[in-house]
Every structure is written in C-alpha cells, then in structure tokens.
Design a protein around this ligand. Structure first.
Ligand code: ADP
Ligand code: ADP
Ligand code: MG
Length: 505
C-alpha cells in the first residue's frame, strides 16, 4: 500500500500552452505552481501565471527545457514535491523520471521503467503482442543489414514503412514502395533517427494504406485499476503529425470500439501502467486495428476527451501521483456530445506547412458557447525558432458532430491572428470539406485534398488549389467587411495581399 502524499507545490517542466494549462489545474486544486522559463520565454503568460518562476540560462531546448540537472536542481531549491513534465521535452525520458525520483521528488507520470519500455517501439510491440493485442505486421527486432531488411520487407510485402525504434513526433519514418528504394530509405531513416533521438535503431512495418489513426485515453492508478476515456480520431495529419482531432470517431461501430478499448486497457496492463497515457492504433480500410505505440504522458489533444467525458485529466494525473485511488469506474464513465480540436500552428499552409516565426501583432481569440482555447501566447509575444511553432489549440463541443463542425467554423472565423501565418485557413478548409463532413477521410487527407505549396505554376492552376485559395479569400473578405473589427480587417488585408502575391508568382 502506497502512502498518500499531498503534493502542495509542483514544478511544471515545460513551456507555452501546456505549462499554463497544467498550472491552471494546480491552482484549482489549491496547490502552488513553479515554472521555469528560457531566455526567450520570459514574456510568455505561463511564466507570469505560476506562483514562482525560475529563469533558465540559454535559448536552445537542450540548454533549457531538456536540461535535466538544472531542472532537478531548481526543483530542489524551490522545495517542490512533484514535477509535471507536460508533453514533448522530457516527458518521455526515463532517465529524467528516474533522476526526479532519486531526488525524492514525485514524477507525475508512469514509472521510469514503463517509460523506457514503451518509449522503445520494438519493445512495446513485443510486449503488447504477448498480451494478444494486434500489432502491425512486421518485425519487432531492429534491422541493421540491408539483406535482413530486404528479407523482412519481402515477407510482409511492399509497401513497407521503416520506423525509428525511439521515434516520436513523426520523425525517422520512411515509406518504401519497392525493393529498389530500400537501401537508401534504410540509410536515411537511420541517420534521421540518430540525429533526432541519438539512436539509429529502426524496424520495419507493413505500410497500411489509407488508414485512420485512432487512439484511446487511459488512466491507471497505483493499485492496478485501469480505465479508458474512449477514443480520439487523429487522422488529419501533415508530416505524420496531427492537426485536427475529434471524438467520437465516426469510423468505429460500438462493437469495434469495445474491442479496441479492451485492447488499449490490455496494452496498459501489459506494462504495469500508471497515470495518464494514450494507446495509439492504426485502423485499416478493412476495419482491422493494430497497435502503433503508447505515449506515456499527457497528450496534446487531451482537451477533446475532457470536453466530452467531463474529466480533468491533469487533475487525475496529480491525484494518481499523490497515491490516491482512481475514483472513476468504467461503467460510470460516459461520453456526451462531440468535440473537435484544431491545432493552431504558425505555419505556411500554402507553402508545405513550413513553420513561420515572428511577432504576434494582433491576436483575438474566439470565445462563446462550447469554445475552449488552450493558448500560451499573447499579442506582442514572439514565436521563436527555438521550439515547436504551436500558437494554441482551439477545441469546441456541441451535442452532435454537425453542430461541433458548425461551431468550429464559427470559432475559426472569429479567430484573428496577425503577424504570422497560421494553420487557420487549412483548418477552415477541413471544416468545409465534404469528405470531412461525411467522416470519410484517412491519414492521406492532406495529400489528397489540400494542394499545399511546393507546386509549379502549372500545378497552381489546379482546381483544388484554386478552390482552397478562393475559400480562404472568401472567408477573409467576410471578415474584412465587418467594419467593427479593425484588427480583423488588418489581418485580412495582410493575408489578401499575400494570397494575391501567390497568384502572381
Ligand atoms: P501527440 O500524439 O500528443 O500529438 P506528438 O508526437 O505530436 O504527440 O508530439 C507531441 C509534442 O512532443 C510535439 O510538440 C512534438 O514536437 C514533441 N515531441 C514528440 N516527440 C518528441 C521527441 N522525441 N523529442 C522531443 N519532442 C518531441
Ligand atoms: P510517432 O511516434 O512519430 O507518433 P507513430 O508510430 O505513432 O509515430 O506514427 C505516426 C503516424 O504515422 C501515424 O499516425 C500514421 O499516420 C503514420 N503511420 C505509422 N505507422 C504506420 C503504418 N504502419 N502504416 C501507415 N501509416 C503509419
Ligand atoms: Mg504517435
């Protein structure tokens, strides 16, 4: 039996929107929060919101939010009882979790061993497969030699995907259509993986065509109780990374949902999971599901689960870390209505989703019924090149999917951001798309539907692109015509000038 421990003061080892989101719950729980901030982040809201804030010397992630020794030393000086790692950065670093625990501080997350185990995709595959959870056809051992890779690829059948064992954030993946491409792809995947994760082990999976990405939110306490909070569909992706998520998924029948949620809970049990985690699956066109990986942390898109299930996942994480028993019983966890999240990144959606940087000159966030904005930035703040280019997450809830889509459309239209290019025009396009409205989409939505940049002039005459641009400019025009909205017309002018420039180029 584990002792109950009141975590009165918690350091949030992260930045931006997620640091702020976590600290809000810490405050609601009557606890104190401690933030750490890099030299470029001193002006961001999260650093002000915390009860105590400590500067980190430097700008680069490795000197600041990835600096384990420094973070643990600040935590000790500040006298915190726990560290919440958020997502990204050190959240899935087993060594950090161990270092925190060795310092006598509670790590808000799973055990270090679990993080290590599930952080290795090959180990995770082996483990869950042993519990009867279906994994993508392929090999669970890393491949080194071309001959070995070629044998495995022949066995599973082309196309295959080479993936980094230590992968994350969509990095270190290479699609191979035929044997002739294998050698170069193997080399590229290994070197990308080496530079991104310091680990060049890769493995081979069958490439599932036109799949959907479906994941289940898990909560587990220290006493063996595991529940799920239903699924999120995250198939709208660019560079294998999510941009739009929704729950429920229209792709699941209730029997398939039951089966997959059971597999997700089994995967969590297989690794003795505790705290919040997400089990990701890929769903084939033939409705076969396969385990992809487990993310042993709070997930970016957790708000849509919170909106539909009515559970504050961060509060549950902290309660679990305090040694409390899960107060939720599976039979009494209900989901209501429909929620959608759009990730608002500073990116040029007409230029291959290339990240943009700059100062946010004007920003007005949407509000009103059923709208939630998780933002970490304000007018006047700068989006730097040092970290992820996310500006905010816009989530909406309504009683049904059509209502949620309409609400998201309205919220996107109300959103004003001037100074950087954003994913708003793309998200608006998704909400207008017939295929999305019908729920008929896969992870290839972006390449099939969105005629992004890197196009020749001839391709720019392509009807899809014209439609997209017209759609964007129509929406902007509408905004411009709203005379009471000075900031809006300002943005619209900028965006229109830029759109026109693209037509001329
Ligand atoms: P989610 O499934 O929660 O969307 P992602 O894979 O998109 O997770 O990653 C979440 C965040 O963590 C993103 O900001 C991404 O850039 C970052 N991230 C993911 N993997 C890593 C990693 N190995 N190292 C550093 N940052 C990472
Ligand atoms: P990461 O750790 O980078 O999130 P994942 O294994 O979760 O890596 O895969 C990220 C995305 O890549 C998936 O959501 C999916 O779109 C695509 N993907 C991964 N594995 C496969 C596969 N075997 N077949 C087709 N697409 C895949
Ligand atoms: Mg993933």
């Amino acid at each position: 039996m584990m002792d109950l421990k009141d975590l009165r003061k918690i350091l949030v080892a992260n930045r931006g929107e997620i640091a702020l989101r976590i600290m809000r719950t810490i405050r609601e729980m009557g606890k104190k929060s401690v933030s750490i901030y890099s030299e470029v982040d001193a002006a961001l809201p999260f650093a002000r919101y915390s009860d105590e804030a400590y500067p980190l010397r430097g700008k680069e992630a490795r000197d600041t939010y990835l600096n384990m020794e420094r973070i643990v030393s600040i935590a000790k000086d500040a006298g915190v009882e726990a560290i919440h790692p958020g997502y990204g950065f050190l959240s899935e670093n087993a060594e950090f979790a161990r270092m925190v625990e060795d310092a006598g501080i509670v790590f808000v997350g799973p055990k270090p061993e679990t993080i290590g185990l599930m952080g290795d995709k090959t180990e995770a595959r082996k483990l869950v497969a042993g519990y009867g959870v279906p994994v993508v056809p392929g090999a669970s051992e890393p491949v080194r030699e071309l001959s070995e890779a070629s044998r495995i690829a022949d066995e599973v059948g082309y196309p295959v995907l080479i993936k980094a064992a230590a992968g994350g954030g969509g990095k270190g993946m290479r699609l191979v259509h035929d044997p002739g491409e294998l050698e170069a792809a193997l080399r590229a995947a290994r070197s990308e993986s080496k530079s991104a994760f310091g680990d060049d082990r890769v493995f081979i999976e069958k490439y599932i065509s036109n799949p959907r990405h479906i994941e289940f939110q898990i909560l587990a306490d220290n006493y063996g109780k595991v529940v799920h909070l239903f699924e999120r569909e995250c198939s709208i992706q660019r560079r294998h990374q999510k941009v739009v998520e929704e729950t429920p998924s229209v792709a699941l029948t209730s029997s398939l949902r039951d089966e997959m949620s059971k597999a997700a809970v089994d995967a969590a049990r297989a690794c003795g999971y505790r705290n919040a985690g997400t089990v990701e699956f890929i769903l084939s066109e033939g409705n076969k599901y396969y385990f992809l990986e487990m993310n042993t942390r709070l997930q970016v898109e957790h708000p849509i689960t919170e909106l539909t299930v009515g559970v504050d996942i961060v509060r549950e994480q902290i309660r679990i870390a305090e040694g409390q028993r899960l107060g939720l019983d599976q039979e009494r966890i209900f989901r209501r209505g429909h929620a959608i999240e759009c990730r608002i990144y500073a990116e040029d959606v007409f230029g291959n989703f290339y990240p943009d940087t700059g100062t946010i000159r004007v920003m007005r966030e949407p509000a009103g019924p059923g709208v939630r904005v998780d933002s970490g930035i304000e007018s006047g703040n700068e989006l730097s090149v040092y970290y992820d280019s996310m500006i905010a997450k816009l989530s909406v809830w309504d009683t049904d999917r059509n209502g949620a889509i309409r609400r998201m459309r309205r919220a996107l239209e109300d959103y004003v951001i001037a100074g950087v290019k954003t994913t708003i025009p793309f998200c608006r396009f998704v909400m207008e798309s017939d295929d999305f409205k019908l729920g008929d989409y896969s992870t290839h939505f972006v390449e099939n539907q969105w005629p992004s940049g890197k196009r020749t002039l001839a391709e720019e005459n392509d009807k899809d692109l014209q439609d997209a641009l017209i759609l964007a400019s129509v929406a902007l025009e509408k905004r411009r015509n709203r005379s009471d909205n000075l900031a809006g017309s300002d943005t619209a002018r900028l965006d229109r000038a830029w759109l026109h420039k693209r037509f001329e180029d």
